[in-house]
Design a protein around this ligand. Structure first.
Ligand code: N01
Length: 871
């Protein structure tokens, strides 16, 4: 119960250090933590008691969907032992009792002003304080303002014609009456089948005389299997609480788990069935969202899980037509939050329950007596809206927050929320959000994310105080960088494809932006920690002690590239340049054997061709589409020392499928056994042989294109120059050159060499090792090694050059693109943001490379389209 003396106002300081908006789990912990650190804190809360979400959402069946072993505070071990949850998933009343227990235990209510809605907060630049206005007309000022107002706390306004006309009682799951509702003997309508609908429908059906469910979009739901906390769930926690909580903090979703490496698209049906059933039996969201490592990346893998959930629905629901209506087909599994239910699908087998498909029969109007849908008038005694929330941003912009220069947060966020780490926003000094947009929040165990934010904000305020500073605000560069990173994380997943509240798609007129951070709790925590470790990176801090700002962007790598690099670093592998070439080749082959194989193509053929000094191997990739296909001659990467005709196999399968070209990957002699110019001689021999045999290989007549990666890109560039210079019938025309992160110069002195010397797989010292094996120092300016240094670059085939931002070879690739263009050639330069030398070749691992490879494939097709026109 609320402490009425506290709600009456108590000893309220008008000027405090921190005002916190909201007394849910975030606000309560903030108050406890900041008070302990000596800050004067005032919490303002609309309700008459603590609990936030769990205060308002009292509808029948409301429970958490993260197991209570994890959905609990961990900041105080004594609190953990003082409270025991009764069930695997606690009910709303029990969770609310827990919030009240915490408030009492730490004597929090004395600093919470209840029944107080915050209406406005304006930054007073002269005083460096927030001026806060509330519904009680109280005026406060604070040095810092923290929104702890929850992600799902503002119910969506019903966007249904006639809403407001109904004369009977209307309920919203997000604002349920405290005394409960008795539906006995009533005809009840429930609109909405998200988590709130799915949890409440079975219980309402048990009471009501008739229940009609209005469904616009079916959702995926799995049985919660609720009951007492299972001993095996409790055991690891009880065995070592600290280790368990630490594992949660460094997990992907805030619950300790072992992510699988198994891909759905590359595993057989028996593995699919076994893994799915095991996850299904847990009755937990995290296992079912992680049946396969790739289920949120690729539609084919996701479809395996989605299909199996639909099978489960069909097995439960007796009426096949109803089962079909309840089976989601319009979104990938997990792209909307799946639900946990208790008897949801079974409810549709009851004689008193009817399902109305709003896609077929849209609501024409709510009327005084009921609901009209497509030619049918239905009478009801009560209507329940389970239509969701203005999620993540709704509660924040509901307050008139005005920052520096009169800019409102609502105005700044008109096209979608813009934040640094989901914690702060440029233009709003000393303003913080707990689990704000751009942080893992709703994609994680909220308790873990709340604690992390509260700890981070508290540490930040302590640092500010001890540094003699008074204001803090992110820089535009840091904020833009975080937003880019957050969107990059979403872009590699299937999430943006769904019309979900994660995308703001449930609220008419809300901008379509992916709101939470999907990079994971672990990756996010690491970024937040790094911001601090790098001297408050991207934060401008000022005050009596002066101004400090270490501007910068905390994450610039594509998220999947970063993950691969972290994984490699954790494996602590030996470097290629620490081995003799033979050992390095064997090691590369071993690494390659572990990679995903890439897509299936029509045909793969191995053969040999006459190299300059004897037969060499090739591997041919033929598209599955009807031929003949244009032919691309490809030179593999490996610094003239490593690799083989099939070493770039997944990349070439991918390029073959995307481009519809026949690709011939040719070998060439390697150094140090055969040094410069052996590789070039073989590359030219391959060009002549493939050009002469294009049609007999099943390819289209006409010039071939050349392509290559790294040293192979060098080979491709060099053969273009040599074919031009040598002329004659034996040196054929080339349709175009596709150079992926090529070597174009023998010098290693560019800025990109210095910036990316270490840490991105291809290191400066590895390049030196390659060069030292391949060519004498004196030869390294020869255009057959350094095509950038050719006397003339005129008259070369059209080029597409791809460079990676974090590649030592970036600058020389870009320089070659500029030089070719200056010499009058047609050039497309693709600067792959956030990529390294190798990342674009990591098929099905680095998904962010897909758009770049799509451009590469388009460039190949373009070469042939042009050469056909020219012919
Ligand atoms: O809201 P929702 P929710 N006409 O937005 C439908 C958390 N939560 O309150 O999908 C007709 O998911 C809408 O249809 P459509 C959890 O994170 C957790 O259920 O837009 N229908 C949808 O079916 C959850 O994801 C728990 O086509 C309309 C439903 O209403 C989040 O809160 C429990 C409509 C809204 O579903 C939100 O869940 C409850 C219209 N005009 C909630 N407008 C736990 O278990 C909307 N709908 C912890």
């Amino acid at each position: 119960m609320a402490d009425s003396s506290a709600t009456a106002g108590g000893a309220r300081a008008a000027d405090v250090d921190v005002v916190v908006v909201g007394a849910g789990f975030a606000g309560l912990y903030l108050l406890h933590k900041l008070r302990g650190l000596g800050f004067r804190v005032q919490v303002l809360e609309t309700a008459d008691d603590v609990g936030g979400t769990w205060y308002w959402n009292r509808y029948p069946g409301a429970r958490c969907d993260i197991p209570t072993t994890d959905y609990t505070y961990s900041f105080d071990p004594a609190l953990e032992t003082a409270w025991t949850w009764s069930e695997k998933y606690a009910t709303q009343p029990e969770i609310l009792r827990y919030a009240q227990f915490v408030a009492d235990r730490y004597d929090l209510r004395r600093d919470i002003q209840f029944n107080t809605k915050v209406e406005a907060a304006h930054w007073d630049a002269a005083a460096n304080r927030w001026r806060i206005r509330t519904s009680t007309d109280a005026k406060l000022s604070a040095q810092h303002l923290v929104m702890a107002s929850g992600c799902l706390s503002v119910p969506k306004t019903p966007d249904i014609p006639g809403a407001g006309r109904f004369q009977g009682p209307v309920y919203s799951t997000g604002r349920w009456p405290h005394q409960g509702v008795d539906f006995t003997g009533q005809r009840v309508a429930v609109i909405g089948t998200g988590s709130s609908g799915i949890q409440s429908i079975p219980l309402i059906a048990e009471q009501a005389a008739q229940l009609t469910v209005f469904q616009r979009t079916p959702n995926y739901s799995i049985p919660a299997g609720n009951g007492p906390v299972a001993p095996e769930r409790r055991a690891p926690l009880e065995a070592n609480r600290d280790a368990y909580r630490l594992a949660a903090k460094w997990s992907r979703a805030g619950v300790p788990s072992e992510p699988t490496q198994i891909y759905g698209r590359y595993s057989p049906p028996d593995v699919h069935a076994e893994r799915f059933e095991a996850a299904w039996k847990t009755g937990e969201l995290i296992p079912i969202l992680g049946v396969f490592a790739d289920q949120i990346l690729f539609p084919d893998s996701n479809a395996i899980v989605a299909g199996k959930v639909r099978e489960k629905i069909r097995a439960v629901v007796h009426n096949p037509e109803t089962a079909e209506l309840l089976s989601p087909k319009d979104h990938h599994f997990g792209t909307k939050r799946p639900c946990l239910d208790t008897g949801y699908y079974q409810t549709y087998n009851r004689p008193n329950v009817r399902l109305v498909d709003l896609r077929r029969q849209p609501i024409t109007s709510i009327t005084e007596t009921g609901i009209d849908v497509g030619g049918e008038s239905m009478r009801f005694d009560a209507i329940v809206y389970a239509t969701g929330f203005d999620a993540m941003t709704g509660a924040i912009v509901a307050v008139d927050i005005t920052g520096r220069d009169g800019v409102t947060l609502k105005g700044k966020w008109a096209a979608g929320p813009i934040t640094y780490l989901g914690l702060m926003s440029v233009g709003f000094p000393n303003f913080f959000m707990v689990t704000g947009p751009g942080s893992p929040s709703v994609l994680s165990n909220m308790m873990v994310s709340i604690e992390q934010h509260v700890d981070w904000i508290s540490d930040c305020l302590v640092r500010l105080r001890s540094d003699g500073l008074s204001t803090i605000e992110p820089t535009p560069q840091a904020e833009a960088g975080w937003m880019q990173h957050s969107q990059d994380c979403a872009a590699i997943t299937l999430f943006p494809s769904a019309d979900s509240w994660y995308m703001g798609a449930n609220v008419p007129g809300k901008p379509r932006v992916f709101l939470p951070y999907v990079g994971g709790v672990d990756a996010y925590r690491k970024a937040c920690d790094e911001v601090v470790a790098r001297g408050d990176l991207g934060l401008r801090r000022s005050g009596p002690a002066g101004e400090r700002c270490n501007d910068g962007v905390v994450r610039q790598l594509q998220p999947d590239v970063g993950m691969v690099l972290d994984m490699l670093a954790a494996m602590n592998l030996p470097t290629f340049d620490s081995m003799p070439p033979e050992a390095a080749r064997a090691f590369l082959a071993q690494l390659n054997a572990a990679r995903p194989p890439g897509p299936a193509v029509g045909e793969v053929l191995d053969g040999s061709f006459p190299g300059a000094a004897g037969p060499l191997n090739y591997r041919l990739y033929r598209p599955a589409t009807p031929g003949p296909h244009p032919v691309v001659l490809y030179y593999h990467g490996g610094g003239w020392v490593l690799g083989s005709a099939d070493s770039d196999d997944p990349l070439l399968r991918d390029l073959c499928v995307r481009s519809g070209c026949l690709i011939v990957s040719v070998d060439y002699r390697h150094a140090p056994e055969a040094c410069f110019p052996a590789a070039v001689d073989d590359a030219m021999a391959a060009l002549r042989w493939v050009s002469a045999n294009a049609e007999s290989l099943g390819g289209a007549p006409g010039p071939v294109a050349v392509a290559g990666w790294s040293a192979g890109g060098n080979q491709a560039a060099v053969v273009c120059q040599l074919a031009r210079d040598q002329g004659g019938p034996e040196n054929p025309q080339i349709a175009g050159q596709l150079l992926l992160t090529p070597v174009t110069d023998g010098e290693r002195s560019t800025a990109s060499y210095r910036e990316n010397a270490e840490g991105y797989v291809l290191t400066a010292s590895l390049m030196q090792w390659f060069f030292d094996h391949y060519a004498d120092e004196a030869d390294r300016h020869d255009p057959r090694i350094a095509p950038l240094r050719a006397k003339s670059l005129a008259g070369l085939p059209p080029a597409c050059i791809v460079t990676g931002q974090f590649d030592p070879l970036r600058d020389e690739g870009a320089a070659y693109a500029r030089a070719l263009e200056a010499a009058g050639n047609r050039v497309q330069h693709i600067a792959a943001r956030g990529h390294t030398h190798t990342s674009l070749t990591m098929i099905d691992v680095v998904v962010s490379g897909e758009p770049v490879r799509a451009q590469m494939a388009a460039a190949l097709r373009g070469f042939f389209a042009r050469s056909t026109v020219a012919a």
